[in-house]
Write a protein that binds this ligand. Structure first.
Ligand SMILES: [Ca+2]
Length: 501
């Protein structure tokens, strides 16, 4: 193998020192080192072949056990590199910080790669990128990368053997476990070869999401709920494990579970449940959200004639109602799955009850860039109608000229307040489907969204509320009740995650 190893030369002094202190591992110690290996056959990878026999020149710079492979992708494609990290006894390293060393200037790396949220340099600057990640419970971690080359190696390149042709278009990737150096772990260097000609290149998008552990140090991933409830049927999908639910079975007059929910006052700051807008219509008072003692959460909306004490403002001098809002911001977040709630809507003109979600990134990127999913929202003049909506942005920040709305309506034959109904989404990568009582009535995909800033591949938190923005001269009713029987998150088509404390 003839290859100029620019990066290695640059690190020669450091490596020498590391050898001096760490010592060169003997063959017997090879199996006693943490190991990072690429999992073959991950999304977008055409093939992966062992090329370790070509790595003799490099092996001396690494601990024993270095593996070197060639993998192949199509020019202008998006692909996923999934790695598994194991300890010295080959046990998966769960919840471990790792770094993808992406397209560093190994030799003459000449392909162009991009990541949604991290700029990856190329053969011009030789710097590549270090992309942080955290392994899951099985020691696995994935990185989505796009190739930006229009022309790769010839389309007749043999993708089942190491590539030694003259016309190489490639870049190299490896995974570093925690703060371990090249001599403290058994590494795999993967040379990604770009093959064929692309019709166009992909523009990567970034939703601004930072992994939960970076945002919420104590968060854990919920894998399965112990609650036993009926599994819903969702047309076109397979519903799997119940990941999490709140059945609202607390004692009468008790508040929502404070481990999951926060009852809000009015307030527009993003950290206040994503901004609890009141617009001069009602006071949000925590006392409005109570278990009814019969397995339901109740949001009570009450007409008032004077401002309630100690409940802050309502964005006006005096508002005509008190009502409630509670959400899971900073306590529980969901990404993908079948998200459903069974609700009996409040009766009375002028109300705007909702079951909805906001992207966790709202505190960093703001609305609408964070993304908003409205699973249940009754339009002001739609007693028989539910609106399912997505709100998102066509830029990376700011508000609100960049606001894009997708809405589909479900029209029922009865007033929605006259009975319980189930409102749900089937949420998958790049796609959200809206359901009313199990009936599909709206679909939006990333491809249809007319944005490079589709935010719905990131965790969102849950919100229930009722507001009273409507026709004030017709609102003679004294009180209303919104009853929520349950909210459940199911694993769907192998997708779905819930994070909580
Ligand atoms: Ca219940």
């Amino acid at each position: 193998m003839v290859k100029s190893i620019v990066r290695f030369a640059a690190f020669a002094a450091a490596i020498f020192l590391a050898f001096a202190t760490f010592g060169s591992a003997s063959a017997a110690e090879t199996s006693k080192l943490p190991t990072a290996r690429l999992v073959a056959g991950t999304s977008g990878i055409i093939s992966k072949v062992d090329a370790t026999s070509l790595a003799n020149d490099w092996a001396k710079y690494y601990a024993p056990g270095l593996t070197y492979s060639h993998a192949f992708i199509k020019a202008g494609s998006q692909f996923t590199l999934t790695w598994i990290a194991t300890d010295a006894n080959q046990k998966p390293l769960a919840n471990t910080s790792v770094t993808l060393q992406a397209n560093k200037a190994y030799g003459s790396s000449n392909a162009h790669f991009a990541s949604p949220c991290v700029a990856i340099g190329n053969f011009v600057d030789k710097n590549g990128a270090d992309i942080s990640g955290v392994t899951d419970a099985n020691g696995r971690v994935s990185f989505v990368i796009t190739n930006q080359d229009l022309v790769g190696e010839p389309s007749n390149t043999n993708v089942n053997q190491p590539n030694t042709s003259a016309s190489k278009i490639y870049g190299q990737f490896s995974l570093q476990i925690g703060s371990l150096g090249d001599l403290q772990q058994s590494k795999e260097i993967v040379e990604i070869h770009v093959v064929g000609t692309a019709s166009s290149t992909i523009t990567p998008f970034c939703n601004g999401w930072v992994a939960p552990k970076a945002n919420y140090a104590k968060w854990v991933s919920v894998t399965e709920s112990k609650t036993s409830v009926a599994r819903p049927t969702v047309i076109g999908h397979t519903v799997q494990k119940l990941l999490w639910s709140d059945e609202f079975s607390g004692k009468a007059a008790t508040a929502p579970n404070s481990k999951v929910w926060t009852s809000r006052y009015c307030g527009t700051e993003p950290a206040n449940g994503g901004g609890s807008y009141c617009n001069g219509d009602q006071y949000n008072i925590p006392a409005a959200n109570k278990h009814d003692g019969s397995g339901r959460m109740k949001i009570l909306t009450t007409k008032i004639t004077s401002a309630p004490a100690s409940y802050g403002n309502c964005m006006a001098a005096v508002c005509p109602y008190t009502s409630g809002r509670f959400d899971s911001q900073g306590k529980l977040s969901v990404q993908y799955g079948y998200v459903e709630a069974r609700i009996k809507l409040p009766d009375g003109v002028g109300q705007n009850p909702a079951f909805w979600m906001l992207g966790d990134s709202i505190t960093r990127v703001g609305w609408p860039t964070s993304g908003e999913i409205d699973i249940m929202e009754q339009p002001l003049i739609g007693d028989y109608q539910n609106a399912g909506s997505l709100h998102y942005s066509n830029t990376s920040g700011g508000c609100c000229d960049n606001h894009i709305t997708f809405t589909r309506y479900f029209n029922h034959t009865q007033k929605l307040a006259s009975a319980y109904h189930t409102f749900a989404i089937a949420w998958l990568p790049g796609k959200v489907e809206f359901f009313f009582d199990g009936e599909l009535y709206g679909v939006q995909t990333r491809e249809q969204s007319a944005t490079n800033f589709w935010p719905f591949d990131a965790p969102e938190f849950l919100i229930f509320d009722n507001t009273t923005p409507g026709q004030k001269n017709q609102m003679f009713w004294k009180s209303s009740t919104m009853l929520i029987d349950y909210v459940r998150v199911w694993q769907l088509d192998q997708q779905g995650r819930v994070w909580s404390h």
